[in-house]
Design a protein around this ligand. Structure first.
Ligand SMILES: Cc1cc2nc3c(=O)[nH]c(=O)nc-3n(C[C@H](O)[C@H](O)[C@H](O)COP(=O)(O)O)c2cc1C
Length: 379
């Protein structure tokens, strides 16, 4: 594909910043930190990715809490670990000074690993789960704010609130969240975390250019999940998630990263595999729907293009041309070929993701994540 006349390679504003193109490297957990700190392998992975000239790189889920990790070697973001994040950002900028770097911040909630008490915001904890108290959620919120400010200090261009894929942020949003305190029940209470955190972060940031956005699961595919109309209904009804997106616009968020499903539960919705390839159409529909709500007030990132392999580039361009999305995100493809955008731009051979789920299996086994066909870290 030639760069000229293609929207994929055209710059686009996000907040006060401009991305060099529309390629988004979606967050992909590597499970290779050392005691929560950024390791040399983390730096190598992201430096390699930055060499690919992506418009935006979303650094994988960084947990704000060391007592609820999804992966045993997940990166933990806090003041103590800040030097590692500063190095990570500066090495990436050496590889590509123009890339926009976002930190995805998370708390794993019910999806915490088995060595943890699986703290959940929901009101139906299983015996091995711990129901978070009002004060504990207050504390998680304080950490999300603190860590967002630390991300600015580390040199990141912005933060992504992980409110998707069944993690803590997502638990809060669900109609199934019928807590009887300020964090549950009404729509206002279920979105309080997002509203209050974004307002406070914005009031304390050093720069107006710092980007704030969030990744959501438009429809989770479970009873009472995001994208349903009530706690006892599983069918898709986007009315309430539309309100979440409109709220994000009102709060001055710069983008919404549209995803869907819950890995491990409704995985095919999140990351379609070859037999369920056409699930990508749901993700396209959600991005189009979000874009129709936000106009130019907020940017939309689309997800789940890897299953399309070579065809992904053509469909991405078509979606951009139609105005169905502003940015196009690849997840598994970033592992198969971190240099993907650069290779497409230069008409070079691309290593396309085979959608074998090898990377997901490594993640589930709590091993270091990589592409098992094209292990790029060693390339
Ligand atoms: C190994 C692996 C790790 C992932 N880590 C994250 C993550 O940290 N944060 C997140 O929001 N999504 C994560 N995802 C989901 C991807 O970002 C992406 O949404 C999904 O793979 C679908 O996109 P794709 O079809 O382009 O791969 C992960 C997926 C895989 C397979």
């Amino acid at each position: 594909m030639l760069k000229e006349n293609n929207m994929l390679f055209s710059p686009m504003k996000i907040g006060n910043r401009t991305a060099q193109n529309r390629f988004v490297a979606q967050p992909m957990e590597g499970n290779d930190a050392i005691n929560g700190k950024v390791s040399q392998r983390c730096i190598d992975r992201y430096t390699k990715l930055a060499k690919g000239n992506w418009g935006v790189i979303v650094i994988e889920a960084l947990t704000v809490s060391d007592d609820a990790l999804a992966r045993k070697n997940q990166m933990i973001i806090n003041r103590e670990n800040l030097p590692g994040f500063k190095t990570l950002v500066s090495e990436m900028r050496k590889a590509d000074p123009n890339v926009i770097i976002l930190f995805q911040i998370t708390h794993s909630g019910r999806k915490s690993g088995k060595d943890f008490s699986r703290p959940t915001a929901l009101y139906d904890p299983a015996p091995h789960e711990h129901l978070l108290t009002t004060e504990e959620i207050d504390e998680i919120q304080r950490k999300f704010v603190e860590v967002s400010l630390l991300s600015e200090e580390a040199g990141a261009d912005g933060v992504d609130f992980k409110m998707c894929h069944g993690y803590f942020g997502c638990e809060l949003l669900r109609p199934a969240n019928q807590r009887d305190d300020k964090w549950g029940g009404s729509f206002e209470n279920r979105t309080r975390f997002l509203t209050e955190s974004v307002k406070e972060i914005k009031s304390r940031l050093k720069s107006d250019d710092f980007i704030i956005g969030s990744r959501i699961s438009y429809w989770e595919g479970i009873k009472g999940g995001c994208g349903t109309k009530s706690a006892d209904d599983a069918l898709e009804d986007l009315t309430e998630m539309d309100e979440v997106i409109k709220l994000m616009v009102k709060l001055g968020c710069d983008y919404v990263n549209v995803s869907a499903g819950i890995p491990g539960l409704t995985s095919e919705i999140t990351r379609p595999t070859n037999p369920s390839k056409y699930f990508y159409l749901h993700q396209f529909r959600y991005a189009r729907h979000a874009k129709s709500l936000v106009g130019n007030n907020m940017k939309v990132f689309g997800s789940a293009y890897s299953v399309l392999k070579e065809e992904g580039i053509t469909l991405a361009e078509e979606n951009l041309q139609r105005g169905d999305t502003d940015f196009v995100g690849w997840g598994r493809q970033t592992l198969a070929d971190p240099l993907f955008p650069k290779r497409v731009a230069n008409d070079e051979k691309v290593d396309y993701c085979k959608v074998c789920s090898g990377c997901s299996r490594l993640m589930i086994k709590q091993e270091k994540v990589e592409c098992i066909i094209y292990p790029s870290v060693k390339k």
